[in-house]
Design a protein around this ligand. Structure first.
Ligand SMILES: O=C(O)COP(=O)(O)O
Ligand SMILES: [Mg+2]
Length: 305
């Protein structure tokens, strides 16, 4: 593991890579605020002619909404270079699973927007508080739709008992496909004192009630995310680097796709967590060790003028 803070290492990474894949939450921004200096670095790389790609597990924005967020925070915002899980899960359902029925969605408006874009029927967005007691008459009011043949779980701030009744009931059918966007446990929101539950919390609830694991993960480190990128963008893994803040998702994703990896400490994973991975004798954890570490992407801004 190398420290990437010096200008020599930065220049070396520029000359040895044509493609820079950036995770978003915790690398480019925390909540609504950009990571200081990060936009200057990303624009510098883009102006050098490097291929800049955004790869995020966050399902709360469609590609169009990411264009708006990236540009409002000063980042390049080419829609074709943005891969979020709202988009990739819609691609999976349309082109791989070729779903012809309905999707029960534990998710959000942006996921619905991407499903609409590819013509997939869905329902489930928004509050669902039908069952308020454990009385079976009440639970029966959660009507089940016979046409559902997939359950998709992403970020849903309205996750509820009723939604779990429905998801568990649909997934009792082994032919009902179970898709999840990502397993991130928490979202990094900067100086916030609260713990912010991530999509992993919602997916874990559905896994528990359904007694099943997802058939497909549409985000990092799942392989479908990289397949989506490769379908439209030419990447030579030998000359590409994945920059992320989470060892479990970003670094494993980079390693599994033979990319170089760089971990920043501005988001989920800390230097201490990397040290305990390094000290551990569990061979499975080795996949989480990045090639490079850097406190924050913005630390390179001083080399970009
Ligand atoms: O939404 C999340 O949990 C993480 O999103 P990220 O992949 O951009 O860090
Ligand atoms: Mg992140």
């Amino acid at each position: 593991m190398n420290d990437a803070s010096s200008e020599d290492v930065f220049q070396n990474l520029i000359s040895s890579n044509d493609t820079f894949l950036f995770d978003c939450d915790g690398v480019l921004w925390k909540g609504a605020k950009a990571v200081p200096g990060a936009a200057a670095v990303v624009n510098f790389l883009e102006n050098l002619g490097k291929q800049v790609i955004f790869v995020t597990n966050n399902s709360t924005k469609s590609r169009d909404k990411y264009v708006d967020k990236l540009s409002s925070l000063g980042y390049p915002s080419d829609k074709e270079k943005i891969f979020g899980t709202a988009y990739t899960s819609a691609l999976y359902l349309k082109h791989i699973a070729k779903i012809d029925g309905k999707v029960y969605l534990i998710g959000n408006e942006s996921m619905g927007e991407e499903l609409d874009n590819v013509g997939i029927k869905h329902f489930g967005i928004g509050p669902d508080n039908v069952a308020t007691s454990l009385d079976y008459d009440d639970i029966k009011r959660c009507k089940l739709d016979e046409d559902v043949n997939a359950v998709l779980v992403g970020f849903d701030g309205h996750i509820s008992f009723s939604k779990l009744v429905r998801a568990g009931s649909y997934l009792r059918n082994p032919n009902c496909l179970f898709l999840a966007t990502n397993s991130d446990a928490r979202l990094p929101l900067g100086d916030c004192k609260h713990v912010v539950p991530g999509t992993g919390v919602m997916v874990a609830s559905v896994c528990t009630v359904a007694a099943r694991e997802p058939d497909v993960w549409c985000g990092k480190p799942g392989k479908f995310m990289f397949e989506c990128i490769q379908k439209t963008i030419d990447i030579n893994p030998d000359r590409a680097i994945m920059i992320g803040d989470n060892t479990k998702t970003d670094i494993v994703f980079g390693k599994q796709n033979s990319l170089k990896t760089l971990l920043v400490f501005s988001g989920v994973s800390s230097r201490d967590s990397v040290n305990s991975i390094l000290e551990s004798s569990d061979p499975a954890l080795k996949e989480q060790v990045p090639d490079y570490v850097l406190p924050s992407l913005g630390d390179w801004a001083e080399f970009c003028s």
